[in-house]
Design a protein around this ligand. Sequence first.
Ligand SMILES: *Cc1c(COP(=O)(O)O)cnc(C)c1O
Length: 417
Amino acid sequence: MTKYSQLISFIRSTFHEPSEFIPLHDPRFIGNERKYLLDAMDTNFVSSVGEYVGRFERMCAEYTGAKYAVATMNGTAALHASLVLAGVSQNDEVLTQALTFIATANARSYTGAQPVFIDVDRETMGLSPTALKAWLSENTEIRKITRQVSSNVSLGGTSEAEGAFNKTTNRRIAACVPMHTFGHPCKIDEIAEICAEYNIPLVEDAAESIGSYYSPCEISEGKISRGKGKHTGLFGEMGILSFNGNKIITTGGGGMIVTNNEELAKKAKHLTTTGKIPHRWEFNHDITAYNYRLTNLAAALGCAQLESLDFFVSEKRKLAEQYAAFFASTSIQFFTEPEHCKSNYWLNAIIMNNKEERDEFLQYTNDHNVMTRPIWNLMNRLPMYAHCQHDSLENSIWLADRVVNIPSSVIVEGYRK
Ligand SMILES: *Cc1c(COP(=O)(O)O)cnc(C)c1O
């Protein structure tokens, strides 16, 4: 067991924490958080109306390069609303990862649609375009969409539209939801291309990856080159971000829908704010909508946090470099950002040699007051999703047995909770 004692010393000295508990990820409030929060309280606008919500939305749009951003009460709500807007409903199917946080699966469940769990790539831990393509070509066929999708809420659908249908279940594949695991972008340009080919709306779960960029492949005059990095969440119809307490920046609880589609952005705002038709005093609502809005207090916190995001990302990338150097001389593999990406390194991850070693490691580190956690259990192993269709999930199973997250908070000298 002493084989891990060097790591414990390394982590303790890196985090300047000789004896106390070291969490996996703690927030850091080092900027205008108190100022903006007090300002929101002083103006008495603490709830669903107030200038910080709009300001936070504009800041997120500007930061990510999205044309539009719509704030929500959490990332799960943002994902649920996005799927509704994409036209996902009961009797549809959604292609997604088995290796993800439960929120991805829950948001889809709220629409009534069934999941199909597709494998991930080992080098990204995100949805595998190879597996996606293989599953689609084997299991689907293109048919006419006959069901009218309400255009009042969703992207809409006309009787002439064509879509991919699952040959076995006869259900329409209504969306694809890849996730950027721990902030590392998956091969999103290839996924976007496959989705376009099969006419499947793409909704990115970028909850963990604000601050992460992927350089899409560009082919001009037969030559392949890489474009400038594009922020995750902007490769499909919509993407969602999360500002939960454990994410790289936090609003306490919060989420955001990002999109370049003006119509979707407008519908997203309407759907997440009770579907009220604007009027000075009348209460009129034209759809059954949600109260998913972000509070002004949360948005105030978000504005301040976003001002620190570039600093957080650069500090996290430095920490990842230190970890990489440490693990280089061990038998444990440190997970580094995939090719053609700039990752926010939200949660650092290591890959153990097998499940027994993983369990031994989790036991030792947690016993020594250093918080570590395994990657999530696969969705298809949970009782609610045990009956759902999936492919071989070979890489997902392999990673689920081996991946462990290690302490990843931003290190700020002299920061005291
Ligand atoms: C955090 C997270 C979400 C959203 O979670 P909320 O707590 O609702 O903000 C969604 N998907 C993934 C993969 C996440 O990690």
